[in-house]
Design a protein around this ligand. Structure first.
Ligand code: SF4
Length: 473
């Protein structure tokens, strides 16, 4: 059974898209590793990349070509200095070659050697082929698929990149299995996740790694809320979170970093209306950073990266102002297990399932995490996830201009608000009265994904992407 870790669901990376940026970046890196094994014999050859299906149709807006260049240059998306990406891309475009392992020169002119093909490969809508051709016409080739949330599959590999090498105590495919483990052990969902994770990590490392995820989320919100201007791309979308923050927290002299910012928010007076605005601001800020090629965490994807930080920030800022590390770890662990159930039973890929696979899943994850922190039983966490997804079923993916901006940025705010509402409804729900099990909703999401017209699956060939005139934007 596939093991999907907290750290597979939450990956630190670079915007704007997990499937169209992070996935191709990782695939290109993986191909380069293969070339490195050939040593100096690769010197003098050239590399070509073919992008298929959705990667071709919305690849330019999602920076797939730039991600491929960064991956072929072996930069790590988790640690690369995002402010230097533009300069590096410019250099590769001018020099028209790459240095594999920093020493073997291969020809690569992005203008000529990245091909956007409007056909689809059979296995998945996000297909890629990487070819290296040597001077004597020898060819090394790999086919990859970016299957959503930054996960990739290499054609011919028999095991997923996430198949655990070690046996772990609680193999989980469905929410029904998860609830059985919780019932037999008395564990919360986050406890079950912790036990599985401790197979591969010490308790200390587990906690530190989750806190690193949270601190990156918090930094994304902080950066987004303090950056004004226009987002990249032809839509000229004005950043909104910084002006929103100025209205909500006019005294910005009170803090100097993300940690003291959270404390200042906790001290600020709020009412129901303001809390709504805060949640939207948190969500929007992350997705503005994402749209500007900044550092965010897939949650479970980049396009939906704002929902989970916004809901956790809501809890820390307004529900339990004494909460800290323990609550943060429990929230993210519980949320990740819901994401993993959707990945195994349905999809996290908008190119396969539309926006229900991104915002819908992130909202379900956040709803479950929040319910656990509100004191809800595992059953109620699952009910919350079910409610949140039930009301995202059928949501299409139709980003205008192929950019992860409209409707994506605002949609994170809507997903976060729905998650909070779902958690509140689940807390008061009697589990025995529930008519729709989460596993049925997972199945329904997948059936809906299969029935959805392919034009609504991250192609920008329908919906808002065609009815809204870009010139009017
Ligand atoms: S519409 Fe939804 S699924 Fe599509 S790119 Fe935007 S956030 Fe992602």
């Amino acid at each position: 059974m596939e093991f999907v870790s907290v750290f597979d669901i939450f990956k630190i990376g670079v915007g704007p898209s997990s499937s169209h940026t992070l996935g191709p970046w990782k695939a290109a890196r993986s191909f380069v590793k293969k070339l490195e094994n050939k040593g100096e014999t690769i010197e003098g050859g050239h590399i070509e990349v073919f992008l298929f299906g959705s990667l071709s149709l919305t690849g330019k807006g999602h920076a797939t070509d730039l991600a491929v260049i960064m991956g072929l240059s072996d930069f790590d998306p988790e640690t690369v200095e995002t402010s230097k990406i533009d300069e590096f891309i410019k250099t590769v475009k001018e020099q028209k070659h790459l240095l594999i392992k920093n020493q073997y020169k291969v020809v690569f002119d992005p203008e000529i050697h990245i091909h956007f093909k409007d056909t689809f490969l059979e296995y998945h809508a996000n297909g890629m082929i990487f070819n290296w051709t040597g001077k004597n016409e020898e060819v090394i080739s790999d086919v990859f698929y970016s299957v959503g949330g930054g996960f990739i599959v290499r054609e011919g590999d028999t095991t997923s990149e996430n198949t655990a090498a070690l046996p772990y105590p609680f193999p989980i495919q469905t929410s029904e299995q998860l609830l059985k483990y919780c019932a037999s052990t008395g564990f919360s969902i986050s406890d079950v996740v912790r036990q599985n994770e401790l197979i591969n990590r010490s308790p200390e490392k587990y906690e530190n790694d989750i806190m690193k995820i949270w601190n990156t989320m918090l930094d994304s919100m902080f950066v987004g809320c303090h950056t004004e201007g226009i987002l990249p791309g032809m839509l000229s979308v004005k950043r909104r979170s910084a002006p929103l923050l100025k209205k909500l927290l006019p005294d910005q002299a009170e803090y100097n970093d993300s940690g003291t910012w959270l404390e200042a928010i906790r001290r600020s007076p709020v009412d129901f209306q303001k809390i709504f605005k805060w949640v939207s601001t948190f969500a929007i800020s992350v997705n503005e950073v994402n749209a500007a090629f900044g550092r965010v965490v897939t949650a479970p994807t980049n396009g939906s990266a704002g929902v989970i930080p916004a809901v956790l920030m809501y809890y820390l800022s307004f529900v339990n102002t004494n909460a800290g590390k323990d609550e943060i770890i429990r929230f993210l662990a519980c949320a990740s297990e819901i994401g993993s159930i959707f990945k195994k039973g349905s999809t996290l890929s908008a190119a396969m399932g539309g926006c229900q696979a991104e915002i819908g899943v992130s909202s379900a994850m956040a709803a479950a995490g929040l319910t656990e922190l509100l004191g809800g039983s595992p059953e109620r966490c699952i009910i919350a996830a079910e409610i949140a997804m039930e009301h995202h079923l059928g949501m299409t993916c139709d980003p205008i201009g192929g950019l992860v901006q409209i409707p994506c940025i605002e949609r994170n705010s809507m997903g976060a608000i729905k998650a909070i509402n779902a958690a509140e409804m689940a807390i008061d729900r009697e589990p025995s009265e529930v008519k729709v099990p989460l596993d049925d909703v997972v199945k329904t999401m997948w059936e809906t994904a299969k029935d959805m017209n392919s034009k609504y699956k991250e192609t920008s060939e329908a919906g808002l992407a065609t009815t809204v005139n870009i010139i009017d934007c």
